[in-house]
Design a protein around this ligand. Sequence first.
Ligand code: C2E
Ligand code: MG
Ligand code: MG
Ligand code: MG
Length: 277
Amino acid sequence: DAKQRGRNSFQFYTKDINSQTYRQLILENQLVKALAREEFEVHYQPQVDVISGQVVGAEALVRWRHPEKGLQPPANFIAIAEETGIIEGLGAWVLQKVCQDIRQLTRDGYRIPRISINLSARQFRQSDLVEQCRNTIRSAGIAPAYIELELTESTIMKDIDIAVGMLRQLNALGVRLAIDDFGTGYSSLNNLKHFPIDTLKIDKSFVRDIPGDRDDEAIVTAIVALAKSLELEVVAEGVETREQLGFLKRLGCEIVQGYFFSRPLPFEGFREYLKGK
Ligand code: C2E
Ligand code: MG
Ligand code: MG
Ligand code: MG
């Protein structure tokens, strides 16, 4: 009978599904609900031009306002969202939210910078990504150049031919493109030359121990030189100290992002930050 079956299936599950998988199932379920209940938030971290002192950009970073556990960083949910496909809905929501926030800021008279949005590998392979971007940007009534999409090297390298086609379509749409965490993957320099990208972002792992660590100093120096020769913008992430900033400035790396200037801020905080500029 049903009761018997229920008991058997319970035994089956406790025996065969380890607690890790079980926790993931619960998390997946919670994420679906969180999306429907709009429990996610987009925070913004300013990117500052160290020469002019102006905010030239910001990175949009998603957070989950968990009803009991409080604010959750992406490390606690992005991987599961990616594995389960929830990232497609979440990514669409983030894009829409960022477009609305840009609309709001321009309406209120802020001279606003471009906003960078992280795209995961799965989002990048979505067949309707270009159309989704076009539609969302259009219905918000903003210029596509306000949006920059960040992709990692491994996302692009997964299937290089498809990736180049996708990058070209996105570029044609008028959004900017950045390679995130640059230096941690293995994109060939030859390929890099052919990508229609605008920005290289130096991974914070290389910034952490400069000045001082000879290897990291050499890597950061090389990336800045590479960006300059390919005429790409270069952004250093994870800048926390005056010493790191000084080192980057001497190299000619003009745009920096990190706790030294600001942590990622909720929309209202970001607005206040822009007001103070
Ligand atoms: P990321 O794109 O490399 O973002 C930079 C991360 O460095 C952010 O972590 C940011 O808060 C952190 N950070 C910025 N300045 C500093 C600093 O000075 N020191 C240190 N130690 N850290 C700094 P966060 O917000 O936890 O995001 C982690 C990752 O989650 C992101 O790495 C990105 O890969 C992913 N992510 C965030 N938002 C989204 C999203 O909307 N969609 C997708 N697909 N991925 C996202
Ligand atoms: Mg990023
Ligand atoms: Mg990064
Ligand atoms: Mg990173």
